[in-house]
Design a protein around this ligand. Structure first.
Ligand code: AQP
Length: 329
């Protein structure tokens, strides 16, 4: 049986949040099954679309790799690599840029959001970021791309680019599909539950970092913004309450009906403590493994070097095929 290929990545722009974990990383771990072959990357080239400090980027890239292993990525089974170590991504990106319309890029909501957030640095990389992301995906022949809701539009663009390229130059790329979790495809900020939780939020109370101490996690949940309704329910417009219930379900495996029944008659105090405890139970073991890998520099280097070698071999095959298809070879 032919294995399904999976590709996903995360930008090393900070410590991942609970949103990154529930929306993507946890899915990455679960997808490592016998009928699939997964490539996972630390997307350092994507991190350059906002102003960066070189020393910080190097450190964050390294800790992100350690954290991915701690979250359950098995590098012996799934190549784990740093995006910039596989030069073929940037090369394919040029080819795909020539198959992408500006009208399509103009529609990307993340570009609009990030342009507002970084209005003093609306660079061309931020605009063409989805093309590089399409290259990341198509270069491995990925069938499935596990992402959170905010990246769905980019995977759909990658699909359109693949279809257009195949129609113009002959079958070259696999057409990928986004895969999102049942619960938590968009975890919202704790202080602003109408916007997604983000690792570059300027207010640290707005997000749970995967490396927050248990006491900090408890404190942040206790401060989470909710509403004045007397009951706990999952309902239209109750953003804060819905978010807490979603996180609770994602971390306990309970259904929404079970969660709502459990908190019937209870107040927000009880819900917030229960959510915090469920999150702490989920991420405490991850923190312990993370520390072990951060202490073993040589092992981490060995892992990402081997990952880049494995990924590079596969990437080169697709790049050659695409170059031939357009008439460059
Ligand atoms: N709030 C979220 N809920 C669910 N999934 C999320 N993801 C991000 N935020 C949430 C998913 O995490 C994966 C990695 O994302 P990324 O770091 O590459 O970029 P991002 O989507 O821009 O995430 P951040 O945390 O908001 O980063 P910054 O602040 O640097 O822009 C993706 O699959 C994403 O969908």
């Amino acid at each position: 049986m032919e294995k399904k290929i999976i590709l996903s990545g995360i930008k090393p722009t900070g410590i991942p949040t609970l949103g990154n974990y529930i929306g993507a990383l946890r899915n990455w771990r679960q997808m490592q099954e016998d009928d699939k072959y997964c490539y996972y990357m630390v997307a350092d080239l994507h991190a350059l679309t906002v102003r960066n400090d070189p020393k910080e980027l190097r450190e964050q890239t390294r800790s992100m790799a350690a954290l991915l292993i701690a979250c359950g990525i098995d590098p012996e089974r799934s190549p784990l690599f740093i995006q910039s170590h596989v030069h073929q991504h940037a090369e394919l990106s040029w080819l795909l840029g020539c198959t992408t319309y500006m009208g399509e890029l103009n529609r990307m909501t993340q570009f609009k959001d990030k342009s507002q957030k970084h209005s003093d640095n609306i660079n061309a990389g931020l605009y063409t970021y989805p093309v590089l992301m399409a290259a990341d995906i198509l270069i491995y022949g990925a069938h499935m791309v596990p992402v959170g809701d905010d990246q769905k539009q980019h995977v759909e663009l990658a699909r359109n680019i693949a279809i257009r390229f195949n129609n113009a130059f002959g079958e070259t790329f696999v057409v990928p599909e986004p895969v999102m979790p049942k619960f938590g495809a968009r975890i919202m900020g704790l202080q602003d539950p109408e916007h997604k939780m983000s690792k570059t939020d300027t207010n640290p109370n707005g997000y749970i970092s995967m490396l927050d101490e248990p006491a900090v996690i408890m404190k942040k949940f206790k401060k989470a913004v909710t509403d004045c309704e007397p009951t706990i329910a999952y309902a239209e417009g109750r953003h804060g309450c819905n978010n807490l219930l979603t996180i609770y379900c994602a971390c306990t495996g309970k259904t929404m009906a079970e969660a709502v029944a459990e908190f019937e008659g209870a107040g927000y105090g009880k819900l917030k403590v229960a959510v915090a405890e469920a999150v702490i139970a989920e991420i405490e073991p991850i923190q312990a493994t993370f520390k072990r890998y951060m202490d073993d520099e040589a092992e981490l280097d060995r892992i990402v070097k081997k990952g880049a070698q494995q990924a590079g071999e596969r990437a080169q095959l697709t790049l050659d095929k695409a170059y031939r298809a357009v008439g460059l070879r």
